[in-house]
Ligand binder design. Structure first.
Ligand code: AMP
Length: 209
């Protein structure tokens, strides 16, 4: 199974990708996570990426396309959820050319007011990357990750209001052309991403079964 999760920052696509990938034994391909790893590497490219990402800007199509193509060419990635990609129509077309014809696109639909509230209180486990939200989805036990038990958490450098608004704006620019591209191919499923996590999961599972 191949799924593409499309949604603005804070729409819950990362959280759902973690849940659904573990439920269906799929690989989770997050371009944001891969770029953050490279940004931490200390290389010259890493410094450049960290700067672009902290400003909330997009990395070039060529670079992201190359990373995605390299990852998806590995046999173990034939069953995957692709999260955070495509973000431009050029990326969508590139991906369409390298994927087999059968894949489903899940569109996480949510308004900006909801996003702001979610992003402002989002934090991530340093151990396994599980995503929490102090107001909506806190850890079950105070200060301890539900998944791996780590007690170390971090806020993302780009989770601030200025960067968020920029990232939402950048997301909204090309999104209608991207949705249209998938709609015409009959690949699009839209979920109301403002619902609680369990409801969103249920809807996605029903749509892909
Ligand atoms: P995310 O974790 O998906 O919110 O991505 C974090 C940041 O990584 C974005 O704000 C971009 O700077 C960069 N990024 C992730 N995916 C892409 C992509 N498909 N195209 C361009 N830049 C990306």
């Amino acid at each position: 199974m191949l799924l593409i999760f499309l949604g603005p920052p804070g729409s819950g696509k990362g959280t759902q990708a973690k849940i659904i990938s573990s439920q269906f034994s799929l690989k989770h391909v997050s371009t944001g996570d891969m770029l953050r790893e490279t940004a931490k590497s200390g290389s010259e490219l890493g410094f450049k990426l960290a700067e672009i990402m902290s400003r909330g800007e997009l990395v070039t199509d060529d670079l992201v396309n190359e990373i995605v193509q390299e990852t998806l060419s590995k046999p173990e990635y034939q069953e995957s959820i692709i999260d955070g990609y495509p973000r431009t129509l050029a990326q969508a077309k590139f991906l369409n050319d390298i994927l087999p014809s059968k894949y489903i696109v899940i569109n996480f639909n949510i308004d900006t007011a909801h996003l702001k509230a979610r992003i402002e209180s989002r934090f991530v486990c340093k151990g396994c990357g599980a995503i929490y939200n102090a107001s909506f989805t806190p850890t079950k036990k105070d200060g301890e990750c539900d998944v791996c038990g780590s007690q170390e958490f971090e806020y993302r450098a780009d989770d601030n209001e200025q960067s968020l608004l920029k990232r939402v704006e950048l997301y909204q620019g090309p999104i209608s052309a991207i949705l249209d591209f998938y709609l015409k191919q009959n690949k699009l499923v839209t979920v109301d991403a403002s619902q609680p996590v369990e409801e969103v999961t249920k809807y996605i599972v029903e749509s892909i079964m």
